[in-house]
Design a protein around this ligand. Structure first.
Ligand SMILES: Nc1ncnc2c1ncn2[C@@H]1O[C@H](COP(=O)(O)OP(=O)(O)OP(=O)(O)O)[C@@H](O)[C@H]1O
Ligand SMILES: [Mg+2]
Length: 265
């Protein structure tokens, strides 16, 4: 299968307080067109840095070595058009003083060259697709009038409004309660399948990753520890660290390896 994108020897270092933090170390991996890949790992393992690097959203304090090519796209991706990004906190990506319909319509207006009436019609369709209870009312709602789950649905609608090839969800369900989380995961799966999008799903939750993704990449301290079919990763992990994540999830072991004494933090 053609790789949508190909990451080679990617190293990202942040300058901070006069020092440097190596957030990603020599990462190479391909993401196939149409596949659902999950990246898992503990806090600080470099998951968001990878997502931001792919989306071209790293801050100026980041030094990047290595490269990301897009053979499956054929051109340099444009954020918002070729890549949709859903963050953990929808309030961070939504404008608090703009009706949500306008925020979604703006993406369609900017990237699809639609006129405003068509862009609003598209926004309404999208609000229906992400299953907002009353799409007509939701068009005119402000973010603070919506629940956390509804805000995340709106953020997803905005992320897919321009028909991106790649959808990146960085801990997009982590702040939600279990039931809403399951609903949003089901919604993402359905939208990705319907639109033929490629999914980069970032989570610290190995069970959630296995539910949604075909392949799982396990990160630790900025390194790629192992990558394989989701089924294999959860049933027969090759690396002890992945086993410890699984055990921690199943409650067999109170803490993942790196939190135990004697391992670096
Ligand atoms: N803007 C930044 N400036 C300096 N250091 C950063 C910056 N962003 C991340 N880091 C550091 O880079 C490393 C990787 O962070 P990153 O946010 O990619 O991890 P993560 O796996 O997404 O963690 P989490 O699960 O907490 O979201 C960490 O040591 C973090 O402190
Ligand atoms: Mg993160």
């Amino acid at each position: 299968m053609t790789a949508l994108l190909s990451i080679r020897d990617l190293t990202v270092t942040y300058r901070r307080d006069g020092g440097e933090v190596a957030a990603l170390k020599d990462i190479s991996l391909d993401i196939a067109a149409g596949e659902r890949l999950a990246v898992i790992g503990e806090s600080g393992s470099g998951k968001s840095t990878l997502a931001l690097a792919v989306a071209g959203l790293l801050p100026a304090s980041a030094r990047v070595d290595g490269k990301i090519d897009w053979p499956g796209l054929g051109h340099t991706p444009l954020g918002g058009r070729d890549i949709g990004f859903v963050f953990q906190d929808p309030s961070a990506s939504l404008d608090p003083v703009m009706p949500v319909g306008k925020q979604i319509a703006e993406v369609a207006y900017t990237h699809l060259g639609l006129g405003w009436p068509q862009a609003y019609a598209k926004a309404r369709t999208l609000l229906e697709r992400v299953r907002l209870p009353d799409p007509d009312a939701a068009l005119h709602a402000f973010p603070h009038q919506l629940s956390g789950g509804q805000k995340q649905r709106v953020a997803i609608a905005a992320a897919i409004a321009a028909g991106p090839k790649l959808l990146i969800a960085d801990e997009a369900t982590s702040a939600l309660d279990t039931i809403v989380q399951a609903e949003i995961v089901a919604l993402v799966r359905q939208l990705v399948a319907a639109d033929g999008m490629t999914l980069l799903f970032i989570s610290h939750d190995i069970a959630l990753a296995a539910e949604l993704a075909e392949r799982i990449a396990v990160f630790r301290y900025g390194g790629l520890i192992e990558i394989g079919a989701a089924r294999q990763i959860v049933s027969a992990p090759r690396h002890a660290y992945t086993s410890s994540l699984l055990d921690a999830h199943l409650g067999l072991d109170a803490e993942p390896l790196s939190l135990q004494a004697g391992t670096p933090t």
